[in-house]
Design a protein around this ligand. Structure first.
Ligand code: FAD
Ligand code: DHB
Length: 389
């Protein structure tokens, strides 16, 4: 088989890249280790930056997103029993859009399939060869058969545990990491959201987040111990703990119900540099991870796709290497700012083990400053709605 770009990974970054390449007349093959249903069963992000929505429109897959996504013009920040609102629209002129990663992925699969895109599922033993040459190729096994695809480029969109990053030799690859001493326990429940906007809550018992997918589907998270497992938490225990961490006015009106999904995610900041090795380009979680506070994971994956698409278009349409040579630098410049924001927002709102009385006072002073200072709110809002590409 031969194609222009082999895309490893059929998550949101791989699918979006493949669809955008198709719109611009560039051929690709997507290799996914799991099945489509498995990928669609993962409940993950829920808040999209406007620049991501625009990218979905460029890919021709934004009709349902425009019809069913919810624009949010602001968010509440709560601490103990108090709260204040940061107005994204007033501060930046831009809202964010609440639309689940599952739906983004579903729309992208539908578009790729409608366009006759080549998606290969259940691929095993994917390996990248000759990335440092002008003739890279990828080998893999599917249904027990060994296959080979020759290509001009390989896009590593295979997430944090994929093989693409590992293909870059250790003497070239540099990794930066911070592991946080807690996780997030999340549940999805078919109940109306407690408030029409998200609530990010800091409390003495730890962080909590009230989010949503639609009028009758809520997503809630609480900071938990890394040693917890979802089975340790009954639904009743979850609701009790959530109510203790949000202001009474919301706790009193919270509608509870059975969870339809419950999972724990560890929190990590991670960046690998460079994001390109020869003809191999990393995109999304394959290259970087943010802690979820601030909803930047999926959005940073999309910004990489934007930079890589432009780089590949420059190559195919103008015969220029300039775009691909600048890809890593351009993508990383925006990634590090999203890393900073996610780290800051995580540090602001969570309780850390061994926090001193001084540390707690600093956290509180920073929340008070954010509450009372327009410039601080503007900086927060600009980062939350997404820095420009
Ligand atoms: P992925 O979604 O990880 O997709 C990579 C794909 O590659 C997968 O489908 C995988 O099966 C496939 N793959 C892996 N290895 C191979 C291989 N060797 N060969 C072929 N295919 C392979 N972000 C937020 O903003 N908010 C959240 O609430 C949030 N919650 C999250 C919860 C969890 C448990 C996790 C793991 C992430 C969460 N994120 C969240 C982050 C967000 O979901 C990711 O940033 C986003 O999915 C990145 O997309 P991606 O396509 O780069 O990677
Ligand atoms: C969601 C997740 C986040 O990490 C966040 O900051 C906001 C919303 C969510 O899953 O809805």
């Amino acid at each position: 088989m031969r194609t222009q770009v082999v895309v490893i990974g059929g998550g949101p970054s791989g699918l979006l890249l493949s669809q955008l390449l198709h719109v611009h007349g560039i051929d690709s093959v997507v290799l996914e280790r799991k099945t489509k249903d498995y990928v669609l069963g993962r409940i993950r992000a829920g808040v999209l930056e406007q620049v991501f929505v625009d990218l979905m429109a460029q890919a021709g897959v934004a009709d349902r997103l425009h019809a069913e996504g919810f624009e949010h013009n602001g968010t509440l920040i709560a601490y103990e029993d108090d709260s204040f609102r940061v107005d994204f629209r007033a501060q930046t002129g831009t809202p964010v859009v609440v639309y689940g990663q599952t739906e983004v992925t579903r729309d992208l699969y539908a578009a790729r399939e409608a366009a006759g895109g080549n998606l290969i599922f259940n691929t095993e033993d994917v390996a990248i060869h000759g990335a440092e040459t002008d003739a890279p190729y990828v080998t893999f096994t599917v249904d027990g058969q060994e296959q080979r695809i020759d290509a001009d480029f390989v896009a590593g969109c295979d997430g944090f545990h994929g093989i693409s990053r590992q293909t870059i030799p250790l003497n070239i690859r540099r990794e930066y990491e911070k592991i946080y001493p807690f996780g997030w326990l999340g549940i999805l429940s078919e109940t109306p959201p407690v408030h029409h906007e998200l609530i990010y809550a800091s409390s003495a018992r730890g962080f909590a987040l009230c989010s949503m997918r639609n009028e009758n589907l809520s997503r809630y998270y609480i900071q938990c111990s890394l040693s917890d497992s979802p089975e340790d938490w009954t639904d009743a225990a979850f609701w009790t703990e959530l109510k203790r961490r949000i202001p009474a006015q919301f706790a009193d009106s919270l509608v509870t119900g059975p969870s339809v999904e419950k999972s724990i995610a560890p929190l990590r900041s991670f960046v690998t540099e460079p994001m390109r090795w020869g003809r191999l380009f990393l995109c999304g979680d394959a290259a970087h991870i943010v802690p979820p506070t601030g909803a930047k994971g999926l959005n940073t994956a999309a910004s990489d796709v934007h930079y890589l698409l432009n780089a590949l278009r420059d190559y195919y349409e103008n015969g220029s290497d300039q775009g691909i040579d600048a890809y890593s630098q351009n993508a990383l410049a925006r990634i590090w700012k999203a890393e900073r924001f996610s780290w800051w927002f995580t540090s602001l709102l969570h309780r850390f083990p061994y926090q001193s009385e001084f540390d707690l006072k600093m956290q509180r002073a920073e929340i008070d400053f954010l509450r009372s200072n327009d410039a601080a709110q503007k900086a927060m809002a600009e980062n939350y709605v997404g820095l420009p590409y």
